[in-house]
Design a protein around this ligand. Structure first.
Ligand code: GTP
Ligand code: NAG
Ligand code: MG
Length: 404
């Protein structure tokens, strides 16, 4: 044995003795008053969390170390909110799925910002829906009924013809092809949600659908990013549309372009939408179940004229035009390229696709729990490479490694 072993034994005995005393104290001590446990929480969590905007409470010192087991680390302090809201179109029976989405948004971002949330529905929301969602959302919540004129057939639509199309699409097993309500939904999201009276109170929106997931902390304010960088539309996932749902959408688009050259942006993203200089549509679109965008842009003459022109052509009912290709074509043609933004940092899932940020350091910094192998961005059916290509910007760091 070495000469150190005696010392070593003394240390061990000392440690064992110390632990025994500690165990005794813990066991015999009186229950702690619950206030004591509460006082261990960081100050921000003591404030009335449901009660609405409180920027002082959200101003966490980002340099301070978070003690272990006292909750998630502080995110970037909020500062002032900009003029923006979350917006969700939902039915009463979407409650449990939208509840999950609200939790994701709140836990990853909005608990530090308290942005408002607008809920829209073609039927009145019931008390159960309002009760739970108003508690889950940390900002003010507003519930809007969609006016009949925005969720019904325009007079120029032949409803018999529309019905025949639905029956035909049902036989051809086209997804949602037989659904009438899905068509009203797509038309509403294409042309009306941004002009609902509740939405007139805001300049930017972030669309949230039921059952989505956010895998990373959002450590900055995407609304503010949009405003400060003059972005009008943003996305996290892009892909090709089912041709059967939009066979004449591009014909209608070309007709609009010819009649309204004044609305077409000079530095547009035609290269994202077409492989032959605008002759045909390549079916690329931004997936609109996630969107952060400018309401002022959607309310502009250019966008409204585009929607109105498409609406008169009837494809929302005679085909099954989705709001995703409609928004995407509008963004691609009416906006300059630099006004469309890709949010690599916002990790997102809506069945069946995942956007998991490219770049290991980004994922670690944001405490992401998505598997990078699930990232759809660089797979064959995504259009996101094309976005990088036409904008002539480098792919995020880590791209080479993660696509090999
Ligand atoms: N109020 C109302 N909301 C609807 C209706 N149909 C769909 N929605 C909402 O519109 C959005 C899009 O509908 P989804 O059913 O999610 O359509 P999708 O994303 O193409 O398809 P999924 O893969 O099923 O999610 C969601 O926020 C729905 O809650 C409807 O008839 N009434
Ligand atoms: C937010 O924007 C809307 C639409 O432009 C405007 O009517 C409203 O006054 C703005 N609200 C604030 C607080 O600036
Ligand atoms: Mg959905």
């Amino acid at each position: 044995m070495s000469s150190n072993s005696g010392k070593y034994i003394r240390y061990v005995l000392f440690a064992v003795f110390g632990l025994a005393i500690l165990a005794f104290i813990t066991k015999s001590s009186l229950p702690l008053p619950s206030d004591y446990a509460f006082s261990l929480l960081p100050e921000t969590q003591q404030s009335e969390t449901n009660d609405k905007p409180n920027n002082e409470a959200a101003a966490i010192d980002p340099t301070s170390q978070t003690p272990a087991n006292t909750g998630p680390p502080p995110l970037t302090p909020s500062g002032d909110r900009i003029n923006a809201t979350f917006v969700t179109l939902a039915r009463n029976n979407d409650l449990w799925e939208i509840a999950k989405s609200i939790r994701e948004v709140e836990d990853r971002f909005n608990r530090n910002y308290h942005y408002d949330w607008v809920f829209l529905n073609d039927k009145p929301f019931d008390e159960e829906f309002k009760k739970l969602t108003s508690v889950l959302a940390s900002g003010k919540t507003h519930y809007g009924l969609i006016p009949k004129e925005h969720w019904s057939y325009p007079e120029w639509i032949d409803q018999d013809k529309a019905r025949a199309v639905r029956e035909d699409m049902k036989e051809r097993k086209i997804i949602y092809g037989d659904s009438e309500s899905y068509r009203h939904m797509c038309r509403y999201e294409s042309g009306f949600f941004f002009r609902h009276e509740l939405m007139l109170n805001y300049e930017y929106y972030w669309r949230v659908e039921p059952s989505i997931q956010l895998f990373c902390d959002i450590s900055f304010d995407p609304f503010r990013y949009m405003m400060e960088n003059k972005k009008k539309y943003s996305f996290v996932l892009s892909l090709y549309e089912y041709y059967e749902t939009i066979p004449t959408l591009w014909d209608s688009t070309k007709k609009f372009m010819a009649a309204n050259p004044q609305h077409i942006a000079e530095d547009n993203s035609m290269g994202f939408l077409s492989d032959d200089g605008g002759e045909t549509y390549n079916k690329c679109h931004f997936w609109s179940n996630f969107e952060i965008g400018s309401l002022e842009w959607l309310r502009s003459d250019a966008y409204i004229d585009f929607f109105t022109s498409l609406d008169h052509d009837g494809g929302f009912f005679y085909e099954r035009w989705g709001d995703a290709p409609v928004h995407s074509i509008a963004a691609g043609l009416l906006l300059n390229k630099e006004e469309i933004h890709f949010f690599n940092e916002i990790a997102y899932y809506h069945v069946p696709f995942t956007h998991c940020p490219t770049g290991e350091q980004t994922r670690l910094d944001l405490k992401c729990h998505c598997n990078p192998a699930d990232n759809f961005d660089w797979k064959g059916y995504s259009c996101t490479s094309r976005y990088f290509h036409i904008n002539d910007i480098p792919k995020p760091e880590g791209y080479e490694k993660e696509t090999n």
